[in-house]
Design a protein around this ligand. Structure first.
Ligand code: FUB
Ligand code: ZN
Length: 646
């Protein structure tokens, strides 16, 4: 419904990085043509493979090559998320070479697909008799869901019917096998994903059976002993992924029906993918009960279980949520994919309700916990995004071994690298939400937008470093009457809005101010207060008690060891701390940094493990903060977001 071109210097640079570095690098890795050190996936139990083998699996399934499958049952999804990212990249950066690669890849995928539409290379190659027989572990619908998402994106960008045809055959295969008829499987995948993918397919094909199938999967979830029945029939100990058998049903969001779930439990990526599908279905079918279930889960995540960077998932055991206010900083998970999924969920919640809080969280994950997942050179990735890291300890303590302080080349389970790629490449889809007579402008990422309802928007700023945002809105014969502009919660109400040269005193409603649009041009100048802010966590969060985290604009900040002469935990801020912000062109590809005066403890250096209390002397010292997303791009060392406060 719209054509949006990102012009923001910050995000253009990221998008060009995706096109020029990330996609070629990931393509080589998936073709086993890059020298990479494989890193064990932080939550994993599988043997570490030597290489990705993802394209080779498709070639074997297509009969073009002999060999065994290698990697996870869902190894194909690396290729599909890459393809999706490539599709978005072809939109903002047309490139004949990339287009040829994607077309050839689609030929390969078409050849690998079975005649009935099924395509999961692990089962095709290794266990054709066990298709759809062990959904608790198999990831078959998850895998096909990722292809469907990629195909929809590819079709939207290129109009390529072949890509969509493969997806339609896949979805028809799923539709034939799953449902309430006697000869069908009344069940669902252990890893939600296909729900949101089927809705995406419905959005382009308008075939209601895909929406119905998505709803079926959502409502079937948690209804009976489906997983147990399947596992008993397939053979209890015939795992296709080691170590998953004993996870509780809540890990799979299958303990009870989704409409009855009140807390965000289990595997974090699964939960937010599920919620995204639920919110999409709720919106399109006007299912108010399902929408309420989404609101409940949203509220529990963001009010009790989300890190200040937007990361979610407090433990590596099951890559999962734990309990309310349990947000440890240095043993946490915060998987990149979970932040991507939270962005998906936030976007869909904006479709349901015009509330700024959804867009606040969307902004928080975009500027912090998603892009932290990728190095500034685009070839190294975090799976876990901690708020505190100490390489000396992580290397020795198995409870912290999943917390890396350097991004890895690649992972045995490489779900995150391509997820960050597709997210950044599709950032234009996260700027606006269309309502009946209003457009919500909820992100401040400079862009030129043309909507098919007769409205054009030109938004310019030097955000995220500067809070002055200029918008020119051209309206011609449109039903749109107003522009809802988000006032971020981090401004604490400090903002000004000038419309056509006149300062207005708008009061935000649920986080938005609504500017009436006249025929012709309306010029809006928004000024958001970019003071450095110190946040405290709710006192129920034990790990952050007595500490503060710094934020300026949408960016959360952190300390890195390389800028400090002592261990980071020896620093503290005081009531007298003052902060100075400046932009450092030469640092970390250009970042806004914050200096602050504080104190450093000068405990006597001693070989004694313990000594009498009372001999800590505090000296004045300066602290130097960089944006969280940019950490771990210099020498290896400690990092800390929450800082002691005197
Ligand atoms: O299970 C598929 C993906 O692998 C999940 O989304 C990630 O958390 C990782 O476990
Ligand atoms: Zn991941």
């Amino acid at each position: 419904m719209s054509d949006i071109k990102i012009t923001s210097a910050f995000w253009r640079e990221y998008q060009e990085l995706i096109t020029k570095e990330v996609l070629p690098y990931q393509w080589d890795v998936m073709n086993d043509a890059a020298e990479v050190e494989m890193m064990h996936e932080p939550g994993g139990n599988e043997e570490l493979p030597e290489s990705s083998h993802a394209i080779a699996n498709l070639e074997i399934a297509a009969g073009l090559k002999d060999g065994r499958h290698s990697g996870y049952t869902f190894q194909d999804t690396d290729v599909y998320k890459w393809l999706e990212a490539a599709a978005y990249s072809l939109k903002y950066h047309p490139d004949a070479k990339l287009a040829r690669i994607t077309e050839r890849l689609l030929d390969l995928i078409a050849e690998a697909q079975d005649d009935d539409g099924y395509l999961v290379t692990f089962f095709q190659i290794e266990a054709p008799d066990r298709k759809f027989a062990r959904l608790k572990q198999s990831h078959e619908l998850y895998t096909m869901g990722h292809y469907i998402e990629a195909a929809v994106a590819y079709y939207e960008v290129t109009g390529n019917e072949k890509a969509l045809g493969i997806a339609v055959r896949m979805a028809d295969c799923i539709d034939a096998h799953f449902g309430s008829d006697e000869d069908q499987i009344a069940g669902y995948d252990g890893h939600p994903e296909v729900e949101l993918a089927l809705v995406r397919l419905y959005e382009v094909t308008h075939d209601a059976k895909y929406l119905k199938l998505a709803k079926f999967f959502i409502d079937e979830r948690g209804q009976d002993r489906f997983f147990d029945r399947q596992m008993e029939a397939d053979g209890l100990d015939r795992d296709v992924i080691d170590g998953m058998r004993n996870f509780p049903l809540s890990y799979y969001q299958a303990e009870k029906p989704v409409r009855e779930q009140e807390t965000a439990d289990g595997h974090a990526v699964r939960l937010v993918y599920l919620c995204t599908g639920m919110a999409k279905v709720a919106h399109l079918t006007q299912d108010t009960e399902l929408a309420d279930a989404c609101r409940t889960l949203w509220g529990n995540i963001v009010n009790k279980r989300m890190y200040v960077t937007g990361a979610i998932g407090s433990t590596n055991i099951g890559e999962a949520f734990t309990g309310d206010y349990d947000l440890p900083n240095d043993t946490m998970y915060g998987e990149t994919c979970a932040s991507v999924g939270l962005a998906f969920f936030a976007k869909e919640m904006l479709e349901l309700d015009s509330k700024g809080e959804y867009a606040d969280v969307l902004e928080r994950v975009l500027f912090n916990s998603i892009i932290s997942g990728m190095s500034l050179d685009g070839t190294h990735f975090f799976y876990v995004n901690p708020l505190q890291a100490n390489p000396g300890i992580c290397q020795h303590n198995p409870n912290r071994a999943h917390v890396l302080s350097r991004r890895a080349d690649w992972f045995g389970c490489a779900c995150c690298p391509s997820n960050v790629a597709r997210m950044v490449a599709s950032i234009d889809r996260y700027m606006y939400t269309m309502k009946e007579n209003c457009i919500l402008m909820h992100q401040f990422i400079s862009n030129e937008a043309t909507f098919d309802n007769g409205v054009k928007v030109s938004q310019t700023s030097n955000y995220p470093w500067d809070g002055a945002i200029q918008c020119e809105i051209q309206k011609e014969g449109s039903r749109i009457e107003k522009m809802g502009i988000r006032i971020p919660n981090w401004t604490e109400g400090h903002f000004t809005v000038v419309v056509d040269g006149k300062q207005e005193s708008f009061v935000p409603e649920d986080g938005f101010v609504y500017v009436p649009l006249k025929e012709g041009k309306t010029v809006i100048s928004l000024d958001l207060d970019m003071s450095v802010r110190q946040w405290q966590a709710n006192p129920k969060v034990p790990y952050n008690f007595g500490k503060v985290a710094l934020q300026r604009g949408p960016m959360v900040y952190c300390l890195e060891q390389t800028d400090h002469k002592a261990d980071l935990w020896r620093y503290r801020l005081t009531n007298d701390s003052e902060f100075t912000y400046r932009f450092e062109e030469q640092l970390l590809n250009g970042v806004g940094v914050i200096s602050g005066n504080g104190e450093r403890s000068c405990a006597p250096e001693s070989e004694d493990l313990y000594h009498a209390y009372g001999d800590i002397v505090w000296e004045q010292d300066d602290l130097f903060f960089i944006p969280y997303y940019a950490w771990a791009n210099r020498e290896d060392g400690q990092m800390q977001v929450w800082i002691d406060h005197k």
